[in-house]
Design a binder for this molecule. Structure first.
Ligand code: PLP
Length: 180
């Protein structure tokens, strides 16, 4: 469930969707992409976590956190509860100039996520969308930063460096050996 925020609906509606999905025998995994745990941590309420923990499917939740400062004590507590409920927690971030484009900030982000039971999954270079140019880093910069992250963190805390390309049905890995 993605492309919008599936946790923006009531538990009642969400549980009805889950019932429908779980009735499809070919499904083994249900994935939710959401920023709600960061903006309204209490959205991971007991009823939701209980329902997810009782699913016959493996539940994967991908949060979209760009900076360790987005995770305060309340967010951390709810993420840890989700982890304890058996949910696989992953994070995807966007590399943003002046926000999280340093080794220190990326390292803090990975470590903060891990302390809450979340593994870094993707680090995206920015999509070329109108109005966002001031957040853009060139690809060479992103690659150099990535090499520093590889040196600074254990492998499981280094997200995949990717870019979204038109007409590609997956995130394209950035060639970190390019020109090196
Ligand atoms: C990338 C992405 C997906 C697909 O994720 P994969 O793990 O690459 O299959 C789904 N939803 C959102 C919002 C994404 O950004």
């Amino acid at each position: 469930m993605s492309g919008g925020d599936p946790l923006n609906v009531t538990n009642r509606r969400l549980f009805a969707w889950l019932d429908t999905l779980e009735s499809l025998p070919q499904l083994t995994t249900i994935r939710l992409h959401t920023r709600l745990p960061l903006v309204i941590p209490a959205r991971l309420d007991d009823a939701l976590l209980t329902r997810l923990s009782q699913s016959r499917c493996h539940i994967v939740m991908v949060i979209h956190c760009n900076h360790a400062n987005e995770i305060d004590a309340l967010t951390a507590e709810h993420l840890q509860r989700a982890r304890a409920a058996g949910i696989t927690l992953l994070n995807q971030a966007v590399l943003l100039k002046g926000i999280n484009d340093s080794v220190a900030v990326q390292t803090q982000l990975s470590q903060r996520l891990f302390s809450c039971g979340v593994l870094p999954y993707y680090l995206h270079v920015l999509d070329k969308v109108a109005g966002a140019a001031h957040f853009d880093n060139d690809e060479r910069f992103a690659i150099e930063l990535y090499w520093s992250l590889l040196a600074a963190l254990p492998g499981y805390l280094v997200p995949k460096l990717v870019r979204e390309l038109p007409n590609k049905p997956f995130k394209v890995p950035i060639d970190i050996y390019n020109d090196r």
